[in-house]
Design a binder for this molecule. Structure first.
Ligand SMILES: [Fe+2]
Length: 279
């Protein structure tokens, strides 16, 4: 189900106790599959590790398998400043990283500002298709560059692909977008005006409060979402007013899908291979 701000005004999202969430047929997994996002409260790092590793192995990144996000003086990484982050998907500059299930756990929230923002990328892509079909078509077929340069770890990630991914039926199956990494575009001169207009129309929709869910995470709150559908961001915060610390954990989304498929089809497959008689 696609959602926007109005969806949650009429029915605020449910929150789940993560330490009770072990059953992949449970309400938390239903929410995640249905909305691309689900919310937990009262979560410890141990709860997060237990649930995430029960789904599949954690993604080991250049920052480790737990990425701590807090304001760090002198950083060149935008996420580690106190500035606002416009809604984006992570790993948008990576060419080969699989679609991910992303967890963000709030460990400390004592700063002024720093509200969380989520946007359903499928919702705005489909709205763009309805209201600006020519923009939608351009973003679905024009490869655009996203790049991320890390001086400390000496990586320069570069990805060129359309922002909107379609499946073979023409339905939206992926949204990959991070404005701060948009770079290295190679467009024919005749394409430039139209592609920039399409890009700016999409970018404006990601920042439109009508499509945003805004929440203020408290310590122990956790959100899980499908990176590649759900965009996330934050408002700016004052690092001198108190600490704000989040931790990111990722699992390949395939593992979540595969658990759900197993629950749906295991009886059929297991009964097919059980002996039906004796000799
Ligand atoms: Fe991010």
């Amino acid at each position: 189900m696609l959602w926007d701000a109005a969806t949650w005004r009429t029915a605020p999202p449910r929150t789940h106790q993560m330490r009770d969430c072990h059953d992949f047929a449970g309400p938390w997994a239903d929410d995640l599959e249905r909305y691309g996002i689900c919310f937990f409260s009262g979560t410890t790092e141990a709860d997060l590790d237990s649930l995430a590793t029960s789904i599949g192995p954690l993604l080991n990144t250049e920052f480790g398998d737990h990425i701590v996000v807090r304001a760090e003086p002198g950083t060149s990484d935008l996420a580690l400043t106190a500035r606002d982050l416009s809604p984006h998907t992570d790993f948008s500059a990576h060419m080969h990283t699989a679609p991910l299930l992303q967890f963000i756990l709030c460990l400390e929230q004592r700063a002024t500002g720093g509200d969380s923002i989520q946007v359903d990328g499928f919702r705005i892509a489909n709205e763009l298709r309805r209201t600006h079909p020519e923009c939608f078509d351009l973003l679905a077929r024009t490869p655009l560059g996203f790049q991320q340069f890390y001086a400390n770890s000496r990586y320069f990630f570069r990805r060129t692909r359309p922002i909107i991914e379609l499946d073979r039926d023409g339905e939206v199956s992926g949204v990959f977008f991070a404005h701060s990494h948009a770079s290295g575009w190679r467009l024919a001169p005749r394409e430039v005006d139209d592609v920039y207009q399409a890009y700016n129309t999409f970018f404006a929709m990601t920042k439109d409060p009508a499509y945003q869910l805004r929440t203020r995470m408290q310590e122990g709150d956790c959100v899980a979402f499908r990176n590649g559908r759900i965009l996330h961001g934050r408002t700016a915060f004052d690092p001198h007013s108190g600490r704000r610390t989040l931790v990111d954990v990722f699992v390949a989304y395939d593992y979540f899908d595969a658990r759900r498929n197993y629950l749906r089809y295991a009886d059929t497959y297991l009964s097919a291979i059980e002996p039906t008689g004796t000799h």
